[in-house]
Design a protein around this ligand. Structure first.
Ligand code: 13P
Length: 287
């Protein structure tokens, strides 16, 4: 059913839970995520990557996700993730996204504020806006292993959210959710993730809007469950979900090739892998 992303997150936080958000590059994954949410009786967020939304087929995927979300028996939000291009934001909302992460985190502070303000002016009051303060290392769409050069960028913790900026940023942007950089990275962590709970706590006392933890793949469940107590009401996953799906497909492909090029059965494995990950994550964040 249709929901306002900020309300979904706020009501989860009131129950001591966070809402997971999963990147969906395709409809099979989205079906599995929504199915897992329905099974658990909890709301969920479907994320669309900006590279997806920048293509005509990506906009059609958003329209399909809109239909899927509206017909679900639990609240489901459709969010454009990490967008910095106003045209992509407008197109995604036109196609059916109900929320946008207006991400100016790689820009100078004042430009970050200006991007979120411009997004609000363009998209109107009904679209829920998340903003990001502090730079997250890593690549949103590609996860490099520790021995590949790009991984070095992924382990940098430079760009932690400056908690002294939080009140001003939230007041001036009117953001309804705030994504933070507290040692979290997109993609794979080198070694154990070292989340800066002290920084998170410092941010949490400076704003009442829900916080968002990106780069949750690889963060152990015992750590994730602590997040809601610090007002983190939304937790984003991509790498772990796709890694599981790809491993399953790699394992299953030869047998299904041999079985008459059985794509339908292979999609069943895809659905199961994504659904199991989404179901386990929902259980972790709501326990
Ligand atoms: P991971 O790929 O590290 O899970 O990050 C996902 C994310 O933050 C999407 O916005």
């Amino acid at each position: 059913m249709r929901t306002q992303l900020d309300q979904l997150v706020t009501s989860a936080l009131q129950q001591g839970s966070a809402v997971p958000a999963f990147t969906c590059y395709d409809f099979t994954t989205a079906l599995a995520v929504v199915g897992a949410a329905e099974e658990s009786g909890r709301g969920v967020i479907l994320l669309v990557a900006p590279k997806t939304a920048a293509t005509p087929n990506g906009l059609r995927l958003i329209a399909a996700l809109r239909g899927l979300a509206d017909a679900a028996s639990v609240p489901v939000a459709v969010q454009l993730d990490h967008a910095s291009d106003l045209q992509v934001m407008a197109d995604a909302v036109g196609a059916g996204a109900d929320s946008v992460l207006a991400d100016g985190s790689s820009l100078p502070y004042e430009d970050n504020v200006a991007l979120v303000v411009a997004a609000r002016e363009l998209l109107g009051a009904d679209v829920v806006l998340e903003a990001e303060l502090g730079g997250l290392a890593g690549d949103e769409d590609r996860a490099f292993s520790a021995d590949q050069p790009a991984a070095e960028a992924g382990v940098s913790v430079a760009g932690l959210t400056d908690s002294a900026q939080v009140e001003d940023f939230v007041a001036r942007t009117g953001a309804q959710l705030l994504a933070v950089a507290v040692g979290n990275v997109h993609g794979k962590y080198k070694g154990e993730p070292q989340l800066r709970w002290d920084v998170l706590q410092d941010i949490a006392v400076r704003t009442h809007i829900p916080l968002v933890l990106h780069g949750a793949s690889g963060i152990p469940a015992e750590e994730l469950v602590k997040a809601a107590a610090m007002n983190v009401g939304k937790v984003n996953f991509n790498t772990e979900l796709r890694t599981g799906v790809l491993a399953t497909l790699q394992e299953q492909l030869p047998a299904h090739r041999a079985d008459g090029e059985n794509l339908q059965a292979l999609l069943g494995h895809w659905n199961r892998s994504a659904g199991e990950f989404a179901g386990a994550t929902l259980a972790t964040l709501t326990r």
